[in-house]
Design a protein around this ligand. Structure first.
Ligand code: HEC
Length: 395
């Protein structure tokens, strides 16, 4: 018990670190690119620069081809590494420590826990390797590269959703995409920036071909940010990750993220709001919502008049209690029977009518409208009749 509580606190502190590090990483990447794209030739000397405000002062940013020996240069790679390592630790702590609660869905892949964990973790370097080989071989640039990146993301979404329970598949998609981003910094951007700084300090001309190549990788990172954040936050949205159309939902989330980022980048380039991009992003989001829209469970066809009448009556929460007692309350209790759980998961205790009535909407969302609960690796999903009963009793 003490150990479980300590682990909860450790996970909370890790989440804190992860979110703060990600804010600094992504915030600086977004801000620096905006400053870069806002550079315009100045009226007097014609040199490209951008004027910006921060705190109480105004600053002028200009591109430079000089660096003094020993002059320190700011960079933001450690924020990226801190984000990746804390995220990796969270994946291990949450999804791999309890694979049957979060990772495994026997209807998709009835894997022994060690195999599911090994594959989930091995995919992180594996997908990075595929990405690196693909872009090193093809040397794609510009929009063709972005389409290819979208294709790789879509394949990843399909692969993970076909292998793992949605609750884990979505954050794992996010972790794989974030690994590409951190990998781009470690393998492409950071070494190139180090070489450029050394050349500038020596007073030599830096390698412009390399600069152009790594700028492509920096752009990939810019496009990947919104999808990554979507997948990392999706745990709060069972309709998205546990609905029957979750592969399409995931692919549309990537598409919407790419389109929205492109929209803002075009604006940062001074091209204004692009109506076609706004329309395309809106269509992607609307399609995502339409696919995730829940279909209320249907009652089985009534065979007798008595059954038909029973289906019309809304019996109230008490009618669901017997079902919840057998299918939910061995986990959702103050002292759960499920090994590894030391208190009611998500703070939801369904052992009495008050707990069930107070959380009726959440129960319907997780168990009647989707199959998020019970965790597919822990128990068989509710059948249609169970779902229909929950719907009638708790709606
Ligand atoms: C084997 C244990 C187990 C069983 C059985 C179980 N749950 Fe859960 N439930 C969990 C865990 C663990 C979480 C916390 C998930 C998280 O933190 O992401 C949870 C979270 C929830 C949530 C919060 C929303 C969400 O999706 O995270 C709801 C609502 C819920 N369960 C309802 C139910 C209902 C209704 C049943 C029965 C039909 C049920 N659970 C059966 C373990 C269980």
């Amino acid at each position: 018990m003490q150990f479980d509580l300590l682990l909860d606190d450790a996970a909370f502190l890790l989440r804190w670190l992860h979110v703060v590090a990600a804010m600094v990483w992504v915030g600086s990447a977004f801000a620096l690119l905006r400053l870069d794209l806002a550079m315009r030739p100045r009226a007097g000397d014609g040199a490209a620069q951008s004027l910006f405000l921060n705190g109480g002062a105004a600053f002028r940013l200009a591109r430079t081809a000089e660096a003094d020996p020993g002059e320190p240069a700011l960079h933001f790679k450690f924020e990226a590494y801190a984000t990746w390592f804390s995220g990796f630790a969270l994946i291990c702590l949450i999804y791999c420590a309890e694979p049957r609660l979060f990772l495994i869905d026997p209807q998709l892949w009835d894997a022994p826990p060690w195999a599911a964990i090994t594959l989930a973790l091995a995919l992180l370097p594996g997908f990075l390797l595929i990405y690196e080989m693909f872009f090193r071989r093809t040397r794609l640039e510009g929009d063709a590269a972005l389409w290819a990146l979208f294709g790789l993301c879509a394949a990843l979404c399909a692969g993970l959703c076909l292998l793992f329970a949605g609750r884990a598949a979505f954050p794992l998609i996010g972790a794989n995409l974030a690994t590409l981003m951190a990998g781009n910094i470690a393998h492409a951007l950071s070494p190139a920036q180090r070489r450029r700084l050394a050349a500038l300090r020596r007073g030599e001309t830096p390698d412009e071909a390399e600069a152009k190549r790594v700028a492509g990788r920096a752009l990939h990172n810019q496009y990947l940010v919104l999808p990554v954040v979507f997948f990392m936050l999706s745990g709060h949205a069972p309709l998205l990750f546990a609905g029957p159309q979750r592969i399409a939902v995931a692919v549309l989330a990537v598409a919407a993220g790419f389109l929205i980022r492109r929209l803002f980048l075009q604006r940062a380039r001074g091209l204004g709001w692009n109506g076609r991009l706004i329309a395309a992003a809106a269509v992607a989001l609307a399609a995502l919502l339409a696919l995730a829209w829940p279909k209320p469970p249907e009652d089985r066809r009534a065979e007798t008049a008595g059954q038909a009448i029973a289906q019309l009556i809304r019996p109230g929460p008490a009618a669901a209690q017997a079902l919840i007692d057998t299918k939910c309350a061995y986990c959702h209790a103050a002292a759960p029977l499920w090994p590894g759980l030391s208190r009611a998961p998500a703070g939801l205790d369904f052992t009495d009518g008050a707990g069930v009535a107070a959380h009726a909407a959440e129960i319907l969302r997780a168990a009647a409208l989707t199959s998020a609960m019970p965790p597919p690796g822990a128990a068989p999903p509710l059948d249609d009749e169970d779902k229909a009963l929950l719907w009638r009793a708790l709606r």
